[in-house]
Design a binder for this molecule. Structure first.
Ligand SMILES: Cc1ncc(COP(=O)(O)O)c(C=O)c1O
Length: 393
């Protein structure tokens, strides 16, 4: 007799495997030029400096670095993060910083402390695919906030609050994933004000804010957060390396205490060793110079992709021109089927992510997300040439 089928939890019925992860398996082949993954440029990882930092940590604090540590995070790293955020115009104390296993973990923890099945989350439309997945695991419902070329429209939020009673708003206001769009300072201030008026928690996810290659710096929404409604989330994945899996959330005390409880239940704490290595690396090396190198490379790569798209894509295609980050967003003619194009693209050894999966709500299929940080200038030109040929049909 066959064994009875495994009874998985109800929530697994709503979960779908990520198209991006599936595509990345194929695009790992070196002959494929991939604009698909959200990967930083590996040749810019500070490998020698991280090696030296790891060596110093093991020499000077070996047993402590290999021991269990506090769930909040290593104090010296929390202090470094708080000071860095102060420099960006945020009121931050080390006590309000929770160090996490990448910023992705914050999304899971925030969802756990705020969402019951069926609860509503307000998001941009499109938004970060893995945020949809994190909140979907908790059986959230998504309500998109209307957006335009300057990001989400704050004036639309009060009506959505009234109609849907959302638990929180999730936003990536700077060099958004997937569109590259940045919310204006006026809208940031307005959003913070609306959040305060309505008591709406705002999750500000900011992995790319420090990757600006042109234009003037804009403070995070958290800068305008007089009422302690904003949880600011960031990461070392794009400024040091994602393999360290180090992120953090700056959370008002009310949220911090709850987050700490679920963090302990999830994994006790983030790697003591990695946190100490990151701290040693950050204090021993000139961060301004390192960031400048990354910004310059990404700015150059964006410029090359923009130029190549202008030369190769036919009429009917438009794309965003972000001032930082790692992605741009192509809108094709209404009849374009991004997934079908991807299949032909992979046969022609070039890849991207079709836009459909980034929409929690309904949307057309005529969008593509292109990553420019992870390919050399030559491969960007060649990849866009191949893509252009397919788009011209
Ligand atoms: C918007 C956004 N949030 C969060 C993450 C997760 O990053 P990590 O967990 O590496 O910090 C990413 C990664 O690409 C992202 O694009």
């Amino acid at each position: 007799m066959p064994a009875p089928a495994t009874q998985f939890a109800d929530r697994m019925r709503t979960m779908r495997p990520s198209t991006i992860r599936e595509i990345l398996k194929v695009t790992a082949q070196p002959e494929i030029i991939s604009f698909a993954g959200g990967l930083p440029a590996p040749e810019l990882f500070p490998v020698a400096a991280v090696r030296a930092a790891a060596d110093r940590v093991l020499t000077e604090q070996g047993p402590a670095a290999l021991q269990y540590g506090p769930s909040e995070g290593v104090p010296a790293l929390r202090q470094w993060i708080a000071e860095e955020m102060q420099a960006r115009g945020i009121r931050a104390r080390a006590d309000d910083v929770l160090v996490t296993n990448g910023s992705q973990q914050v999304l899971d923890l925030v969802g756990k402390i705020l969402l019951n099945p069926g609860d509503v989350v307000l998001t941009e439309n499109p938004t970060y695919l893995a945020a949809i997945q994190a909140f979907q695991t908790l059986q959230a419902r998504f309500v998109p906030v209307p957006t335009d070329a300057e990001g989400l429209i704050p004036e639309a939020v009060p009506e959505l609050i009234r109609r849907h009673r959302p638990k929180f708003l999730y936003t990536i206001p700077t060099f958004q994933n997937p569109t590259g769009i940045t919310l204006t300072p006026e809208r940031r201030a307005r959003l913070a004000q609306i959040a305060a008026q309505h008591g709406l928690p705002v999750i500000e996810d900011d992995p790319y804010g420090k990757l600006r290659y042109r234009g003037a710096e804009i403070p995070p929404i958290k800068h305008w957060d007089e009422a302690d409604r904003v949880l600011y989330v960031s990461t070392f994945s794009k400024t040091i390396a994602p393999g360290l899996r180090l992120g953090w959330v700056l959370a008002p005390a009310e949220f911090f205490n709850q987050l700490l409880i679920v963090k302990q239940a999830a994994d006790l704490h983030t790697s003591s060793f990695d946190q100490r290595v990151a701290h040693a690396y950050l204090t021993d090396n000139d961060q301004t110079a390192h960031l400048q190198t990354i910004r310059q490379a990404y700015g150059e790569r964006f410029g090359i992709m923009d130029e190549a798209l202008t030369a190769e894509l036919p009429a009917g295609y438009t794309w965003t021109r972000p001032e930082g980050g790692m992605f741009l967003w192509v809108t094709g003619p209404r009849e374009l089927d991004g997934l079908a194009l991807l299949q032909r693209a992979v046969e022609n050894k070039v890849a991207f992510v079709p836009g459909r999966d980034f929409f929690p709500g309904d949307a057309g299929a005529n969008y593509l997300r292109l990553n420019y940080s992870n390919s050399t200038p030559e491969r960007i030109r060649e990849g866009v040439r191949r893509l252009g040929r397919l788009c011209r049909g």
